[in-house]
Design a protein around this ligand. Structure first.
Ligand code: NAD
Ligand code: MG
Length: 384
């Protein structure tokens, strides 16, 4: 039996992970789970899976969950530090790191330091602290399996080794605005931005897909996961989201991974690697998806993608600053405080106003994140 700790159990990835577990109750035991504030949803999960630990970040929510839980099979813990406790717990075998945003970084790192199999959905861990995180993986013999469709695709295509690899190519659906002209994006509402044509995801990452910041963060994620320089990472627009990414070799061969756009495939692969198990995702029927289309990315319309490439080239804290400014800007967009096209402008200004340096420890990363958020909020004041 594999003991699974799911960080972010109430989210989109968390729920898909539980649905894969449902197909293999003899293989996986839900050992620990976490959520931010939604104790009612956590209660439902606790009733079904009886995890040993349930962590609520919010103290009041932890109290309510603790009172509502019928059995004493589950211990309820409160606060962000408890995420690290369950991630690094001796009985934890696999950690699904599926918290959204920089809030997921410390627990991913704790799992790395404890030498766990980390199934990494929280791309922010790599974006903010890629050097520190990859070093911790190496030093502690941890196992890092990507849980992002593009990176899982590349990881799968590279199972034969890196010999003769020229470049990798991340596919991007282009989100809901692939064919929308720039000037028509001015008055986009949060609901329009979250209406992704292919993938069903949390609201923050849905906005990131609409701005293409999600792809930008993924370029940074790929840089760390596969140890490749920026010029060997490419993006191509592919609205059908059937090819999840490709790798190009010196001999002219290109390998791609294809499948229906459903994260359960990626999650099941991470949980069972190097074997494969049923994920509940139906087989792909290529005849239903003709024609498959591909376009080069428009870096003017999708300024967030350009900014992410620039931050990666700059290195150091620039990627953390980019991420923090994006999180602040997206939250303000979702709250109707700023407009859709302001998101990129706020990030660009925040980057220009920030001091550039190379963080050497998590404290410096966290501090940079805080300062960048303050700066982004200052910038936003000039927009509202
Ligand atoms: P979501 O918003 O649906 O869920 C987020 C989870 O994190 C929830 O369980 C929530 O309770 C928890 N959470 C939120 N704020 C928190 C905080 N401050 N502290 C602790 N926990 C907190 O998000 P999602 O779509 O499941 O995405 C999770 C991660 O996976 C993100 O990093 C995202 O970029 C990545 N990802 C998601 C998808 C997808 O299809 N959903 C695909 C690839 C990568
Ligand atoms: Mg992705």
């Amino acid at each position: 039996m594999i003991n699974l700790t799911i960080l972010g159990a109430t989210g989109s990835i968390g729920q898909s992970t539980l649905s894969v577990v449902n197909l293999h109750p003899e293989k996986f035991n839900v050992f620990a789970i976490s959520a931010h504030t939604n104790w009612q949803q956590m209660l439902t999960i606790c009733e079904q899976y009886q995890p040993t630990f349930a962590v609520m970040i919010d103290e009041a929510a932890a109290e309510q969950l603790s009172q509502a839980i019928p059995s004493d099979a589950t211990t309820v813990l409160a606060g962000a530090k408890a995420l690290e406790t369950i991630a690094a717990h001796t009985d934890t075998d696999q950690v699904m790191a599926a918290i959204v945003g920089s809030a997921g970084m410390a627990s991913s790192l704790a799992a790395a330091k404890a030498g766990k199999r980390i199934m990494l959905a929280n791309k922010e861990s790599l974006v903010l602290a890629g050097d520190i995180f990859m070093q911790a993986i190496k030093d502690n013999n941890a196992e890092l399996i990507p849980v992002d469709s593009e990176h899982s695709a590349i990881f799968q295509c590279l199972q034969g080794g890196l010999s003769g690899l020229n470049k990798i190519q991340l596919t991007a659906s282009g989100g809901p605005f692939l064919h929308t002209p720039l000037n028509a994006l001015t008055n986009i509402t949060p609901d329009q931005a979250c209406a992704h044509p292919n993938w069903s995801m949390g609201r923050k990452i849905s906005v990131d897909s609409a701005t293409m910041m999600n792809k930008g963060l993924e370029v940074i994620e790929a840089h760390y996961l596969f140890d490749l320089s920026t010029d060997r990472i490419e993006v191509v627009m592919h609205p059908q989201s059937i090819i999840h990414s490709s790798v190009y070799f010196k001999d002219g061969s290109t390998l791609s991974q294809l499948g229906n756009p459903d994260m359960r495939t990626v999650i099941a692969y991470a949980m069972s690697y190097p074997n494969r198990i049923n994920s509940g995702v139906p087989a792909l029927d290529l005849t239903q998806h003709s024609p498959l289309e591909f376009y080069p990315p428009d870096f003017d319309k999708f300024a967030c993608l350009r900014l992410a490439f620039e931050a990666l080239k700059q290195g150091g804290n620039a990627m953390g600053t980019l991420n923090a400014a994006n999180e602040v800007a997206v939250a303000n967009f979702l709250n109707h405080n700023i407009k859709f096209l302001d998101i990129a402008k706020i990030i660009e200004k925040t980057l220009a106003m920030s001091r550039h340096f190379y963080p050497t420890c998590l404290d410096e990363v966290v501090n940079n994140d805080k300062i960048a958020r303050l700066t982004a909020n200052e910038v936003i004041q000039s927009y509202v």
